[in-house]
Each structure stands twice: as structure tokens, then as C-alpha cells.
Design a binder for this molecule. Structure first.
Ligand SMILES: Nc1ncnc2c1ncn2[C@@H]1O[C@H](COP(=O)(O)OP(=O)(O)O)[C@@H](O)[C@H]1O
Ligand SMILES: [Mg+2]
Length: 415
């Protein structure tokens, strides 16, 4: 009956909560097996017709173990034996068994939750293989991180590079600064109305000490590309190598995250926390030393021009101010690579100017990858512009290269 009710609730709401309710109800009903198979002798002493190992197995369900423990405790009370250290071991199925099993269940469920969290595919992030904990590199950090920096085989790289013709040739000295290489990356979302090709094979090199702008219309695939590079969405095909680490490798991705800052397209802020509290939280997550946290938070607040709003709850900030805070969060911890997905959306012209100055001042020693659909923003900021349309890279190069190549700009004629 309860299972049916839970099932209909689950169908109606379709959320994780009802799944838990259904599972708990179904598992709790196992206790009825124990109840229906318990017999009482002339003295009222209970004994089960089920074998002891099966009863222990049923105790793997914690509601069942708890019910059995309570039943045993009630019996000891009713039989006027009382609950003592000695009575814990009385009978065919002593009370100590469900108590020990409850402790075991806590540990078992904890491990199960950890395992499921890693292997069950969610909306974000790449999941581990089912037997991830049996892989030697899961246990050995030297196997994980001691390996050589990864390179994609040259044949694959060559094929990918050939896909887009309009790429500015790179001077020899810049090649050493090529720290982010994207190789034929693709993403296809499966939707109820069929597959959606959000990114259809992008190959791109991104350099240190430069601001690279991904310029494209709405729906071009900019956010999907950023999400793949930051490990939020696994690519369907292709890969990217960031500072020698492969984004397809879960362990590499964990390393990449340590030196990455992200300002997502939509602000991920808690309404009831102030700007300062957000920065403290992210500083702690990034592992900034306690002695440096205050200084770092003040510096970021100053950089993004939010000193006046430091103690203001984010629910009271304007859209532009929230973007500033998100940019600040991306910069906290001095990351080597910063992804900014439409950072200036909703900012007033003065704030945009301020942001552009900040980004230009910060570009040395790091990669800044910024997506935008504003031509002027890309023109002013970008050392290199990658124009993306319908999930494909159409051209990439400096403003001068693109203007020479495609004849964009002004023509001065003498008459
Ligand atoms: N989770 C998703 N499921 C299905 N389609 C998606 C999803 N996310 C994005 N898309 C589709 O992928 C395409 C690219 O989206 P997006 O990367 O957000 O573009 P942009 O950031 O350039 O505006 C769009 O057509 C969008 O509808
Ligand atoms: Mg977007």
C-alpha cells in the first residue's frame, strides 16, 4: 500500500526526494518478513524460523535493523529481564546483532554514497568508471601525477588543425606559450526532440599572456565550450590539453581545477551571503593561507570595484554588481587560467571599462579566455579573437589579421 502511494508520489513530483521515500518504505517493509516468521514458545520467548545469516543480511537495511532492535528491547522489557550488558547477548538472535549492524550500516551507506556520487552520471561533471577504486592510479598519486604531460597524437592534431582555414599563423616564439590546446572538440546533447549539436568540432590553440575572446551569436556554443574546458560537461568527442593535462581524465581535471578560475554565464551566488562572505568562502575552497585571506579578499573587492558593497547581501545587488562579484570569484587564488563566460553582461558602460582595464592588467602570466557577443568588447580586449558560429570555429587571429583577411574596417580613399 505504502509502496503504491510512494510510487504515485514519485510519478507526480519526479524529484529525488520521493525516490528516497519509496526506497525507505520498500526497505522498511522487509521487517514484516521477520515479524511473520517469528514464533513464540510457551514462555513467550521469540525465535525466528529464518536462518541467522539471513536475519543478519536483512539488517543491511537500517530501518529493518532498527525495528528488530526495538522489538528485541521491548521483549526484554516485557519479559522483565531488562536491558543490561548481559541481556544484550540473550536468545537466538541477540540484541547486540542489530545494534552492531546499525553501526556497520552507517559506514556502509557512507561508502555507498561516496561511490554512487562518483559513478552515477549527473548533470555536471565527468563520472568515474564503476570500478574506479580498483584502479592503481586511484590509490597512487605518483601514477596519477607523475606521468608525462599528455599530448594528442600528431595525426589527430593535424586533421583537426586543417578543419578551419582562417587561422592566423603563429610566430615561432609564441609556440612555447601555447598552453591550452583544443582538439576537434564536439558536444551533442541528447534531448527529447533529438540530438542537438552544440559544438561541432572546434580545434583551437590558446596562448599564455593573452586574452582570447570567443566571439559568437547566441546559441553558437560558447558556454558549452567553456563548460567542457572546465569539466562541467564531458565532451562527446575530441579533447583539450590544458598545461599538459587532459580534460577527459578525471584525475587531470581535478588538477586543472586547482589552477582555474571560472565566471559562469549565470551567477552562482547565495542570496543570504554578503560579497565578502562569498569571497571568504571561495578563498577557503581554493586553499588560500589563513594569513593571506584578508588581504586577498580586500584586493579582489578593490579590483572589481565592490568595496562599497562588501557587506551587502547578494540578493540586494544589481545584475551588473553580481557579475562583478562573479568575476572577483574567478580571480580569487591567483589562478593560471581564467574562463569568463559573458562577464560584462548587464554591466553599465563605466563598469565594463573598469572590467576591461582589470583584465588587461591581469593577463600577464596567465591565460584569459573570455566569451562575448559584443564586437566592441572583443575588439578592445582580445589579443586573439576566435569567431564561433553554429558550433564551429570560423576564423581565429588578431584584430589586424581578421580585418585584413575579411576586409572589415574603414577604407580611406584619396580623391
Ligand atoms: N543542456 C542542454 N541540453 C540541450 N541543448 C543545449 C543544452 N545546453 C545548450 N544547448 C544548446 O546548445 C546550443 C549552444 O548553446 P550555448 O553553448 O549555451 O550557446 P551560447 O553560449 O553561445 O549562447 C544551443 O542551441 C542550445 O540550445
Ligand atoms: Mg552562453
Amino acid at each position: 500500500m505504502w509502496c503504491l502511494v510512494s510510487y504515485f508520489v514519485l510519478l507526480t513530483l519526479q524529484v529525488a526526494g520521493p525516490v528516497a521515500v519509496l526506497a525507505t518504505t520498500a526497505v522498511s517493509s522487509l521487517f514484516f518478513i521477520v515479524s511473520f516468521t517469528t514464533r513464540y514458545d510457551a514462555n513467550g520467548t521469540p525465535s525466528s524460523v529464518l536462518p541467522l545469516p539471513f536475519l543478519v543480511f536483512l539488517c543491511l537495511s537500517s530501518p529493518t535493523a532498527l525495528s528488530m532492535a526495538i522489538e528485541r528491547a521491548i521483549y526484554l522489557d516485557v519479559a522483565q529481564i531488562g536491558l543490561t550488558w548481559e541481556s544484550l547477548y540473550l536468545g537466538d538472535f541477540p540484541l547486540i546483532i542489530p545494534i552492531v549492524m546499525l553501526a556497520f550500516d552507517s559506514l556502509f551507506y557512507f561508502c555507498l554514497a561516496m561511490w554512487l556520487d562518483k559513478v552515477v552520471p549527473g548533470e555536471y561533471g565527468k563520472k568515474q568508471p564503476l570500478c574506479y577504486c580498483f584502479q592503481p592510479k586511484y590509490w597512487s598519486s605518483s601514477l596519477r601525477y607523475g606521468a608525462q604531460d599528455k599530448q594528442v597524437d600528431s595525426k589527430h592534431a593535424y586533421e583537426c588543425v586543417n578543419e578551419c582555414e582562417h587561422i592566423e599563423p603563429i610566430p615561432e616564439e609564441l609556440k612555447a606559450l601555447n598552453k591550452l590546446r583544443i582538439f576537434g572538440i564536439k558536444k551533442t546533447y541528447k534531448t527529447s526532440s533529438g540530438p542537438v549539436d552544440a559544438v561541432r568540432g572546434i580545434t583551437l590553440d590558446i596562448y599564455e599572456n593573452e586574452i582570447t575572446c570567443i566571439l559568437g551569436h547566441n546559441g553558437a556554443g560558447k558556454t558549452t565550450l567553456v563548460n567542457m574546458l572546465t569539466g562541467l560537461t564531458p565532451p562527446t568527442e575530441g579533447t583539450a590539453i590544458i598545461y599538459g593535462k587532459d580534460i577527459r581524465d578525471t584525475y587531470d581535471m581535478r588538477e586543472i581545477r586547482k589552477f582555474t578560475g571560472l565566471c559562469p554565464q549565470y551567477d552562482v551566488l547565495v542570496d543570504n551571503m554578503t560579497c565578502k562572505e562569498h569571497l571568504y568562502l571561495y578563498a577557503a575552497l581554493k586553499g588560500i593561507k589563513k594569513s593571506e585571506v584578508d588581504w586577498e579578499v580586500q584586493k579582489i573587492l578593490k579590483d572589481v570595484d565592490l568595496i562599497d558593497k562588501a557587506d551587502c547581501f547578494t540578493r540586494n545587488l544589481s545584475g551588473g554588481q553580481k557579475r562583478k562579484l562573479s568575476v572577483g570569484i574567478a580571480f580569487i587564488g591567483n589562478p593560471k587560467i581564467i574562463f569568463l563566460d559573458e562577464p560584462s553582461a548587464g554591466m553599465d558602460p563605466k563598469s565594463r571599462r573598469h572590467l576591461w582595464t582589470l583584465l588587461k592588467n591581469k593577463k600577464n602570466g596567465r591565460i584569459i579566455l573570455l566569451s562575448t557577443h559584443f564586437m566592441d568588447e572583443a575588439d578592445i580586449l582580445a589579443d586573439r579573437k576566435a569567431i564561433v558560429s553554429k558550433g564551429k570555429l570560423r576564423c581565429c587571429g588578431s584584430s589586424l589579421y581578421l580585418k585584413t583577411k575579411f576586409g572589415i574596417g574603414y577604407n580611406l580613399k584619396y580623391v
